[in-house]
Design a protein around this ligand. Sequence first.
Ligand code: TXA
Ligand code: MG
Length: 334
Amino acid sequence: MTEPDEITTASQRLADGGVVAFPTETVYGLGADATNAEAVARVFELKGRPAKNPLIVHVTGEEMARTCVSAWPEAASKAAEAFWPGPLTLVLPKSERIPSIVTGGGATVGIRVPDHDATIALIEQFGKPIVGPSANPSGYVSPTDATHVRPHFDADAVFVLDGGPCRAGIESTVLDLTGDLPRILRRGILGTEDLVPVLGPVEIADGSPETDEPAVSPGVLGPHYRPSTPVVLLEDVSVLSRMVSEAEGAVALLSPPGRRVRIGSPHLGIDMPGLASGYARKLYAALREADAASVSQIIIVFPLLKDSEIWDAIRERLRRAAERDPGSDTGTDA
Ligand code: TXA
Ligand code: MG
């Protein structure tokens, strides 16, 4: 449990222009005063984040959200009412209150209300919106527990508000509300099945850097969510024993029920859950555990094709964890 005095300490750090890692239902965020350009610059620096990649602003509710934007369409009211607090980030035209460093120089800002009591209490006490990229070095696996955050940053530089493990485990769905139709820029726990009944038709940006499509989130391009150890995604388990025998030394193997693979020492076997929600919750902790073990490869036996949007969101992250080519310079996030 988060103690009230920890929230006071965290709030004080924010007021001093400092940086605080905070819990949410998705992943931990790296927070600073969203209205203080210098404090926000520290967040970019600590993460090694490209300046062009915008940060999400976290607020307590619609009222505070409205101070961060210059337009609040009806779709925003509907989405906020249905999904906030929750794993949905709304992209809207930014207001003067938000310095351009937050938005990577762009005219829009991503905003959400995290579903975590300690962080809502923190933002309430602080009284202002806070930025919150995932609390990991840019490009690395997102943190879903306070113990994941601490090793990345100096204790003096980042105060970690421990709110326990994150319930959802993958990042929020990013929804652009600045175009004709709402458009998903990053998949997450909430998909079209959730959004369409509330908002009507919703588009999905494919995130491919090859298209000329505007308004793709910079952070969804190129490799990301990536352990230091090479990741291989395996659809065809018949090649597994050959891969393991040809690997240099030990491997880590993540396998789901139905395609469970038992593997002994010196290898590391990690059992992944069969439900998408459970899989999402465990994914980043499993990648971190595998990365911390002395293995030459992380092999992920993907669950048999499942028709669910959370699986789509998981697949997207696994694909990017397995990418090795750095791609464009906007291609590291977040
Ligand atoms: O669940 C989450 O969203 C977590 C927690 C801490 O709230 N935060 C998070 O932030 O995942 P980050 O910075 O790791 O990822 C933010 C993503 C990036 O892909 C970024 O490019 C995109 O959102 N984004 C942020 N503002 C945007 C904007 N104005 N327009 C388009 N994309 C935006
Ligand atoms: Mg991130």
